[in-house]
Design a protein around this ligand. Structure first.
Ligand code: NAI
Length: 255
């Protein structure tokens, strides 16, 4: 099924993990991609992979730190100048850290809030202007990547948990604001998936065992399994869904 033929999609944090898999899936289904992230070499590797798979130049790279408003304004200008339309925005860039609240440095609090929550606001604000130009008859969507931790605060990640709860609620506010323009906005909340973000933690056998024990499906997820749901939320198949959060946690919340 090629659900994204004739569409243009922007994916942030596209150089690895869930963002990479989402970009690949969107391109396989016909979308033109703008891959956004801070590290050009990571983005170029993913663009080369996509362009090889699709046998055309389906993916372009735009280097930007999505916590920096000027860089996000430049991204919007780049999309406006190079593409006739914008259909899909995937706010996937994110970062985590590990600390008790009583030891947490303010700078580290700000880094996590900025990367996970401020970035979603900035990209939605500036690329939202391009999405609303599409007219009401065409399905256009924003998908924000939140987290299981936005529903249930995790140990030692108070800054991460609170930033992801903000993403879930911001998604609902944005969905109300964008609905009159025909733009749907949803979030996807992954549980534990094997990506560079969780690589260090998963090296610890006891940590992995505790995830398996607490997950109904008894395993850690794969980034493709999260990407499949993000792509569903971005597609016409979810055309009557807006302001929703899709939990993809292998059954962590029910154990
Ligand atoms: P990842 O570390 O592979 O992906 C995050 C990407 O965002 C990286 O490529 C990173 O370079 C990029 N990024 C970080 N800060 C940025 C900035 N300021 N500007 C531009 N790009 C930036 O990890 P993963 O797991 O693929 O993460 C993707 C999203 O999924 C994140 O929002 C994360 O919080 C979320 N998530 C991941 C879970 C997991 O178990 N892997 C669980 C729950 C949520």
């Amino acid at each position: 099924m090629k659900r994204f033929v004739g569409t243009v999609a922007v994916v942030t944090g596209a150089g690895s993990g869930i963002g990479e898999q989402t970009a690949v899936r969107l391109a396989e289904e016909g979308a033109k991609l703008v891959l956004v992230g801070r590290t050009r070499s990571k983005l170029e590797r993913v663009a080369a992979l996509i362009n090889h798979l699709t046998k055309e130049t389906a993916a372009e790279v735009f280097q930007a730190d999505v916590t920096d408003e000027e860089a996000v304004v430049e991204l919007a200008q780049f999309v406006k100048n190079n593409y006739e339309q914008l259909d899909v925005v995937i706010n996937n860039a994110g970062a985590s850290g590990k600390s008790r609240i009583l030891d947490l440095q303010t700078k580290e609090w700000e880094r996590i809030q900025d990367t996970n929550a401020k970035s979603v606001f900035l990209v939605s604000k500036h690329l939202g202007q391009l999405l609303i130009r599409g007219g009401k008859d065409k399905d256009r969507t924003i998908v924000n990547v939140a987290s299981l931790s936005g529903h249930k605060a995790g140990a030692m990640i108070p800054h991460y948990s609170s930033s992801k709860a903000a993403v879930i609620n911001f998604t609902k506010a944005l969905a109300v604001e964008m609905a009159p323009y025909g733009v749907r906005v949803n979030s996807v909340s992954p549980g534990f998936a094997e990506t560079p973000l969780t690589e260090e933690g998963l090296k610890n056998r006891r940590f992995e065992e505790s995830i398996v024990e607490n997950t109904a499906l008894r395993r850690v997820g794969k980034p493709e399994e999260i990407a499949n749901v993000i792509v569903f939320a971005a597609s016409k198949e979810s055309s009557y869904m807006t302001g929703s959060d899709l939990l993809v946690d292998g059954g962590w919340m029910i154990t």
